[in-house]
Ligand binder design. Structure first.
Ligand code: ADP
Ligand code: MG
Length: 578
């Protein structure tokens, strides 16, 4: 674990060493103080030596001030080093996630990735900070205090023979019991985040279905689960403190009782007894510190393991193109006996034996009911998912021969569930092409029939889009997303049900504009209405992961009974399922 996370301390290692040294210095100075105090009592006061008392007092003041300064220094250095290392870790994790394929992300779930990026890193950070302060300080305090106590009185030190085993047993018990609960605690945090994330993302749906109550119920269930898990975990931790206090009180009484007797019988100096007291407290304190750090460590190990899982996850789809310069030659697409399943261990295919041959510049319509795998089919083209068997080629080469950047540059896809980002319309369009000029943007928006409504907005192309595009209508959002894809000037343009919220007339206008202005671009249009794809060069009809018919409208009307049925039902104004 430590080996795995160690590289991320880069740039902060010197600070860490300094923090540890400062803490150690602080501990040593603090430990010298009681002995000096006992000297004042046993030598200074006993002999009535004023000068000795004053000079020792002065020494003590200097030592205390130095200890104070070192303490502050140690805290500042430890904070800086741990926060910095945490930032490194978070950055690395985020970069890794950016390389993840869709499937990788689905494996972890977005909610869990968020916890792993925030909560888990924070926990590791705090432990590191505490660890840097305590790791050296506590053991050095423990050992030095023990040695000092032993030199003061061997006989009195026998109390430790009873005390220390009790404490060690208590610490061990807590760690063994608490460790697994902390893992559960992080899992519960994931669950809670999932509800929050889903709910807030879909707050409009929740409200419109008047599901607030149910969602609140769900939230409070998860909160309760988190609370009870936390209670179980921290319950043990809390129990630990009274135990320590009890042991501490018992020890102090015992030392007072036995040590008092020694002083009475003149076998121990009163100053030494005082110092001994201080050392006893320090020994117990340092044991407490060690146990606190160990407890935090058990939690952080759970967190660090989760972070490690993300860092170690191999991105499923990698850029291993032999020639990184290879560009997509044209918009031809070929599916060669493609089989695909989302679940690699599954037994049923989501796509089964798909063969397609699409020439550059063709317009291809894809029809089929909900769940017939239309989106799945097209997502294989820009390699959002990897085929399980068979191959997909674009521009005459297997999609795996290109780098992701080259492939996705050439294949623009408007996803069924698309998003705009907060920023102006112009910013959003630039996602498609960050060098686009105003003229190019306008041209793209004209094709997508977005120009008209953008013009009518108060700030035109500088209109601010709120997070998730909530201040534009569904149809406007879809048209902006299409414009953004067109701006890429792609060889293949995929529209996954991208005009579902656009009226029929505008839909037709967009298709005509695409055909006229992008003749060289291969256009794949997934649609619900046959009318949207009737004039396509090729229409592919999907059902249950298979291509059940393909051809142009005329051929399909003659050869495919499914197509004929759907066509007739839509002519009557009834839409097909989904
Ligand atoms: N990310 C995913 N993980 C697992 N199964 C999925 C995923 N996306 C879609 N599916 C499944 O694949 C099938 C086809 O889905 P999809 O391609 O979205 O259909 P369509 O776009 O035609 O409505 C469905 O049965 C769906 O449940
Ligand atoms: Mg779909």
């Amino acid at each position: 674990m430590i080996k795995q996370l160690f590289p991320y301390t880069k740039g902060y290692r010197i600070l860490m060493v300094l923090a540890i040294l400062c803490s150690a210095g602080e501990a040593v100075l603090e430990l010298l103080l009681p002995k000096a105090m006992s000297n004042i009592v046993d030598v200074g006061i006993a002999n009535g030596d004023r000068a000795y008392i004053l000079s020792t007092g002065l020494q003590m003041t200097v030592m205390a001030l130095a200890a104070f300064a070192l303490g502050i220094g140690a805290a500042a250095l430890a904070a800086k080093a741990s926060m910095g290392s945490g930032a490194n870790l978070r950055q690395a994790e985020y970069e890794k996630i950016q390389q993840f394929s869709f499937r990788n992300i689905e494996q972890f779930s977005t909610a869990s990735l968020i916890t792993r990026l925030t909560n888990d890193v924070a926990s590791v950070q705090v432990t590191l900070m505490m660890g840097l302060r305590m790791l050296v300080r506590a053991p050095s305090m423990l050992i030095t205090a023990l040695v000092m106590a032993l030199t003061i009185s061997m006989r009195l030190s026998q109390v430790f023979l009873v005390v220390i085993p009790i404490l060690v047993a208590a610490v061990a018990l807590v760690i063994v019991k608490v460790g697994p609960r902390f893992t559960a605690l992080q899992k519960r945090t994931d669950d809670l985040n999932l509800v929050v994330q889903e709910n807030l993302n879909a707050v409009r749906v929740v409200k419109s279905f008047v599901r607030s109550k149910e969602e609140q119920e769900k939230f409070s269930q998860r909160t309760d689960a988190l609370r009870s898990t936390a209670q179980k975990a921290f319950g043990f931790v809390v129990m630990f403190l009274p135990i320590i206090m009890l042991v501490m009180g018992g020890t102090v009484s015992a030392v007072m009782w036995i040590g008092g007797g020694y002083v009475h019988s003149d076998s121990l100096l009163p100053g030494d007894l005082m110092a001994f007291f201080t050392y006893v407290t320090e020994i117990l304190m340092s044991l407490m510190m060690v146990s606190m750090v160990l407890m935090m460590l058990t939690r952080s190990i759970a967190c660090a393991r989760r972070i490690g899982e993300v860092l170690q996850q191999e991105p499923e789809i990698t850029d291993d193109a032999a020639d990184p310069q290879l560009e997509v030659a044209d918009g031809s697409i070929r599916f060669d006996h493609v089989y695909f399943r989302y679940n690699p261990q599954g037994s049923t295919w989501n796509l089964e034996d798909v063969c397609l041959d699409i020439r550059p510049g063709m317009t291809v319509g894809i029809l089929g009911g909900t769940g017939s795998a239309k989106s799945t089919l097209v997502s294989l083209i820009p390699r959002l998912y990897e085929v399980t068997e068979g191959s997909v080629s674009v521009g005459g080469r297997n999609v795996k021969d290109y780098t992701m950047a080259q492939l996705r540059e050439a294949c623009a896809m408007v996803l069924q569930k698309n998003t705009l980002f907060s920023g102006t319309i112009r910013d959003n369009l630039r996602w498609g092409n960050d060098q686009a000029t105003d003229e190019e943007m306008e041209a793209a928006c004209r094709i997508a029939c977005a120009h008209e409504f953008i013009e009518r907005m108060p700030d035109g192309y500088d209109t601010y889009i709120e997070q998730g595009g909530t201040n534009v209508s569904g149809g406007q959002k879809q048209r902006l997303c299409i414009a953004r894809a067109i701006l890429r000037n792609p060889k293949v343009l995929i529209l996954d049900d991208s005009t579902s919220a656009v009226d029929m007339a505008t839909d037709a206008k967009i298709r005509t504009a695409l055909r006229q202005t992008l003749p060289g671009t291969t256009k794949l249009i997934i649609a619900q209405r046959i009318a949207s794809v009737m004039d396509a060069d090729l229409i592919v009809v999907m059902d249950d992961g298979k291509v059940v018919a393909s051809g142009d409208h005329k051929t399909l009307m003659e050869t495919s009974s499914i197509y004929r049925e759907v066509y007739q039902s839509q002519q009557e104004g009834v839409s097909i399922d989904g």
